[in-house]
Write a protein that binds this ligand. Structure first.
Ligand SMILES: O=C(O)CCC(=O)C(=O)O
Length: 272
């Protein structure tokens, strides 16, 4: 029987069925919707039921249209949720990373979440899905830098689950432009080489940061909620030799986001 490590080395990815328990996924998904729901209530002036998928997602689209900045910031805030971060550093994730060869895992970039839908796009096509890319180009971490990707809803071709090119992790770093969040590979790729992945909640895809992959095409009216976790290997010799480069730059906003906030009185009231 092939081991996960053998499969990973050969194809550049392994799709682990039923890897996470349903409640772990449900908690991250619920917390994300709760965070959005608070802002939706502020903007729409009425609460929304997070358990009513269609109504909740319609409210998400409305929020996106009515207060884009708050939507973007809420999307970022969701990526700071405790449930997501708990999973990212859990024993279970550490064990699977070690199993496929990441001897000393370290977080490569802040855990991320995506809400893919063409209704959450300003220009109709560009920002809601990613062109073919290799994550290594943006992370530039260890040679064996690894990504964990999973949807929090059942996801197949229709809702645009990830598409991957098996074995492409051994092709090296391909030429790419800097369009969008992850850039897009400019080298010629054959569409027929992409394999469409399919998931039930709990299934997880683990892949080399050199694996060529792209977003599928979400043709449904629903949002494809997914999580991306990125890791490097502190023990990988070229990563040590290159001085542990950290290509993700987090920096504070230089100006006050809310001018003249807070007043001393607000602080006195808070700490009464
Ligand atoms: O979720 C997606 O559609 C794309 C995610 C992805 O490719 C990435 O984050 O590197």
């Amino acid at each position: 029987m092939t081991t996960h490590k053998e499969e990973f080395n050969k194809n550049g990815y392994v799709l682990l069925r039923n890897f996470l328990d349903q409640e772990t996924v449900a908690e991250i998904y619920r917390e994300a919707r709760e965070i959005f729901a608070t802002q939706i209530k502020r903007v729409a002036g009425q609460p929304v039921d997070i358990e009513d998928r269609d109504a909740f997602e319609a409210a998400m689209f409305d929020f996106f249209e009515k207060d884009f900045d708050a939507f973007v910031n809420t999307g970022k805030t969701v990526q700071h949720s405790f449930s997501l971060h708990r999973l990212a550093v859990s024993k279970q994730i550490e064990a699977i990373l070690k199993e496929i060869g990441i001897e000393k895992p370290v977080i490569g970039a802040r855990p991320a979440m995506q809400f893919n839908s063409r209704f959450l796009s300003k220009d109709g096509s560009k920002h809601w899905k990613l062109d073919a890319h290799q994550d290594w180009r943006t992370g530039q971490g260890s040679l064996d830098s690894t990504v964990i990707w999973f949807p929090m809803v059942e996801a197949g071709a229709e809702i645009g689950a990830l598409q991957v090119i098996p074995g492409s992790h051994k092709s090296g770093l391909l030429e790419a432009n800097t369009s969008g969040y992850q850039g897009g590979i400019t080298a010629t790729l054959k569409e027929e080489d992409f394999v469409q992945t399919e998931f039930r909640a709990g299934d997880v895809l683990i892949f080399s940061a050199f694996l060529v992959h792209q977003s599928g095409n979400n043709v449904t009216r629903n949002i494809r909620w997914s999580v991306q976790l990125r890791y490097n290997n502190l023990a990988e010799p070229t990563f040590i030799e290159r001085g542990y480069p950290m290509a993700y730059i987090y920096k504070p906003e230089p100006d006050l986001v809310t001018p003249n906030f807070p007043t001393p009185q607000q602080l006195k009231d808070l700490y009464r």
